[in-house]
Design a binder for this molecule. Structure first.
Ligand SMILES: C[S@@+](CC[C@H](N)C(=O)[O-])C[C@H]1O[C@@H](n2cnc3c(N)ncnc32)[C@H](O)[C@@H]1O
Length: 251
């Protein structure tokens, strides 16, 4: 995992993503899945700048957030004064009390670069869920995204937030040396008096998954898939998986 939304990047992320993602719709979507599985307590991993937290808290739900980036947590806390956010790593965390449901949204699974990262994340999730607990997460579909990235190497996003127009030029380079990964570089800029002003450069390695890979990771970590949803998110074809913790069978 190479990417952290630190410092200025956290504020830029917050501004741009609120124009990419309809967080009311996002909340409804995930909350429906939580409700249909009768879950009460919720942990959101990669809670970012607290946009879903705001909706969960607004509806008086038993929610906590966890994120690796202190800058993202600082913005989330500012937005949600009475909400608990834990500074932690999804690959290894321990809650005070297990929860009924764990969410990973916004394709934060893309930062799980190695198979060890993925296995240790599912292992931590398993240990922090109640009996029959549910994990709900999305991931970018490699089968659709890799051909898309090969054909569209520069992708431009434009967003206006609080009167400021932001642009992002993203470049994707496929690298197959380890898993299905992409090297992503992005340049963020605004226009001031018709002058282009670069506000940030960003670089990260992101991983995309095939559905079969995810099915196998879940099987190996004692989860049973109960729902697979094909869902288009703002720029990516993603799958959302709902999986239930199974009893471990001693071998
Ligand atoms: C693309 S953002 C999504 C944020 C939020 N879910 C949303 O949709 O607005 C990814 C988030 O995952 C966090 N993250 C990345 N790796 C992590 C890790 N190993 N453990 C916990 N959080 C992590 C980042 O700091 C960032 O806040």
């Amino acid at each position: 995992m190479t990417h952290l939304y630190d410092g200025k990047m956290a504020a830029i992320f917050d501004a741009m993503y609120q124009t990419f993602i309809d967080y009311d719709e996002e909340y409804q979507f995930y909350n429906n899945l939580i409700k249909e599985n009768n879950c009460t307590t919720i942990l959101e991993i990669g809670s970012g700048t607290g946009n879903l937290a705001k909706r969960f808290q607004g509806n008086h739900q038993d929610y906590i957030g966890l994120d690796y980036s202190l800058s993202m947590i600082a913005i989330a806390k500012e937005r949600n004064k009475n909400c608990t956010f834990i500074h932690g790593d999804m690959r290894q965390f321990e809650l005070e009390k297990p929860v009924d449901s764990i969410l990973i949204t916004g394709r934060s699974t893309s930062y799980l670069i190695t198979n060890d990262d993925v296995n240790s994340t599912f292992d931590s999730i398993y240990k922090n869920l109640n009996k029959d607990g549910i994990v709900i997460f999305d991931f970018i579909d490699a089968n659709r995204f890799i051909p898309f990235a090969k054909e569209n190497q520069v992708i431009i996003h434009e967003a206006t937030f609080e009167g400021i127009k932001y642009y992002r030029n993203s470049n994707w380079k496929t690298t197959l040396s380890d898993n299905f990964m992409l090297e992503w570089t992005a340049q963020y800029y605004t226009f001031k008096d018709d002058e282009k002003e670069i506000i940030a450069d960003d670089f990260s390695t992101v991983r995309v998954f095939t559905l079969n890979e995810i099915q196998l990771f879940l099987y190996l970590n004692n989860f049973e898939i109960i729902k697979t949803i094909d869902r288009k998110t703002y720029a990516y074809d993603t799958y959302v998986i709902v999986a239930r913790k199974k009893q471990k069978i001693d071998s």
